[in-house]
Design a protein around this ligand. Structure first.
Ligand code: NAP
Length: 495
């Protein structure tokens, strides 16, 4: 499956800077260390980036701290204009940015384009919000005195993002932060730093002043980021990644009682009730399961299907999933790219082997694909027993396990039997049932007869060990604003 790099690929890669972006300048890492970025569809190194050190992290935070003094007072309309220009530039460059994303992350070009549109939209959405930050002025309940509230930017923020959505996980934080008047140090995942570096270029071109956004790439994330999280100049940490790492970072953040948002792992149940329209369910299931090759926190991790239709559903889903073309994301008609690396492929393989050894039946797929790159067959497992690990653990791969339920109560009980609580999907044509079930689900989001919930105008986020805080919508902006209350000794007392 290896392919020789085309001219376009070379051009797109050469255009990405390889340095750290600090205080509006591109520079090498202290000590000059470099770090390779792989194409997961070939396993070949396609680019080298700077291996940032603790001193570089300190310089990035110093730049964000300094820039905050002016950015917070930059007129909202100017902040808005920068965001809007960045949106326009990203949109104009969709083809190149999508190719870059596919090269570093592996997803099919059509999906990279969809992420570019989704990611850019956070900049447009928050450009529109930047000029609508409000407060309130109300009479005290006694009639004497007034309550005034104002919203102010939280301050310099530290962002840590994962590899699965290399652009959107950054813009979902950067858009609202800049709109609010905050400044940023962002550290992308080491597997996929290129889209974030390209975003920094775009922001610079859009007129963002130096120091407002700083991009730090590093191999030793823990060592480089811990001092920033404990530094009093940092006023907020927003993390998207695994629950395991999130837990560690919360511990570090507790030292200075740092304001924190955590967008963590998921284990999404996909519930199919007996009255659902099976063709529409399969359509939604393909999106919920196979988008991003299953490497999404919102990925349907387990299909709980009413026992009366489970056989028919498994057959239809296996036919649809078995038909998906697997390959390098740059090739035409490819619907499923490689997994991000060998370690992720081994995890998926172990989870499938565990389920089949306990009695699950392979309806399609079931194993790795040999050759270059980290490919795994799109897989459907039917009759998955309750003790299979993949019902409890995040799969993060193109594997759809199916189990059954016999009553609405059992469906809800199975859906909630996890420490995660990001998203659930509910398929039924009975609206009363839907709402009875939806109200009982312990998740931050629900897809009702649809397999995707992501939307710049809606509050994305989880409960339980999927984290807290919301990204998108007005809620996403509030994450970057403090409310200051002023007790005002004014007003006319009642006569
Ligand atoms: P991860 O291993 O937790 O890594 C996420 C980020 O944290 C990366 O930038 C990583 O850097 C960094 N990191 C790792 N250890 C660190 C440490 N000790 N200190 C500071 N930073 C550290 O997660 P991932 O494998 O990249 O992403 C997959 C996970 O993200 C899944 O669990 C998925 O569900 C979750 N996710 C959640 C959402 C959501 O919105 N809820 C969205 C997307 C993904 P390095 O790359 O250098 O290790």
């Amino acid at each position: 499956m290896a392919a020789t790099a085309s001219e376009q690929e070379r051009r797109v890669l050469e255009a990405v800077p390889s340095g750290l972006y600090i205080g509006g300048e591109w520079r090498d890492a202290t000590g000059g260390g470099r770090l390779g970025v792989e194409d997961p569809s070939t396993g070949e190194t396609i680019h080298e980036i700077a291996d940032g050190q603790a001193q570089d992290a300190d310089a990035a935070l110093a730049a964000a701290h300094e820039a905050f003094r002016t950015w917070r007072h930059t007129p909202p309309r100017e902040r808005s204009d920068v965001l809007r220009r960045a949106y326009d530039l990203i949109t104009e460059r969709t083809d190149d940015l999508a190719l870059l994303m596919t090269l570093e992350m592996g997803k099919p070009i059509a999906e990279s384009k969809a992420e570019i549109a989704y990611g850019a939209n956070f900049l447009r959405w928050y450009a529109e919000e930047a000029v609508r930050i409000d407060g309130r002025f109300t009479p005290n309940e006694t009639g004497v005195g007034r309550v005034l509230t104002m919203r102010q930017p939280v301050g310099p923020c530290v962002f840590i993002t994962p590899w699965n959505f290399p652009l959107a996980m950054g813009t979902r934080k950067i858009g609202p932060a800049l709109a609010a008047g905050c400044t940023v140090v962002v550290k992308p995942a080491k597997q996929t730093p290129l889209s974030m570096l390209a975003l920094a270029q775009v922001l610079e071109e859009a007129g963002l002043p130096g120091g407002v956004v700083n991009v730090l790439t590093a191999k030793s994330s823990g060592e480089v980021m811990e001092p920033l999280i404990k530094d009093p100049r940092t006023r907020k940490l927003s993390f998207t990644g695994s629950t395991e790492v999130g837990r560690k970072l919360m511990e570090q953040a507790s030292e200075q009682v740092l304001r924190v948002s955590m967008e963590l792992g998921g284990n999404a149940p996909f519930l199919v009730f007996a009255d659902a329209d099976l063709d529409k369910v399969v359509e939604g299931a393909l999106v919920a399961k196979m988008r991003n090759g299953g490497e999404a926190c919102t990925s349907a991790n387990r299909f709980h299907v009413h026992e009366s239709i489970a056989g028919a559903f498994a057959e239809k889903l296996a036919a649809a999933i078995g038909d998906l073309k697997v390959g390098r994301g740059t090739e035409p008609d490819v619907k499923v790219g490689p997994l991000i690396d060998e370690s992720q492929r081994e995890t998926v393989e172990e989870l499938v082997d565990d389920a089949t050894s306990k009695g699950a039946r392979v309806a399609t797929g079931g194993s790795r694909l040999d050759g270059g790159g980290y490919f795994f067959q799109p897989t459907v497992l039917a009759d998955v027993p309750d003790d299979a690990r993949l019902l409890r653990e995040e799969i993060f791969g193109p594997v759809a396990p199916i189990t059954t339920f016999s009553s609405d109560e059992e469906a809800v009980q199975k859906a909630n039997a996890t420490e995660y609580g990001l998203v659930a999907y509910v398929y039924t044509q009975d609206v009363d049932r839907a709402f009875r079930v939806i109200e009982e689900l312990e998740t931050g989001m629900v897809g009702f007869n649809q397999g995707m919930v992501s939307n710049a105008g809606a509050p994305f986020g989880g409960v339980k060990q999927s984290g807290f805080g919301r990204e998108g919508g007005p809620e996403g902006l509030h994450e970057y604003l403090e409310t200051k209350y002023v007790a005002m000794n004014v007003g006319v007392p009642p006569t």
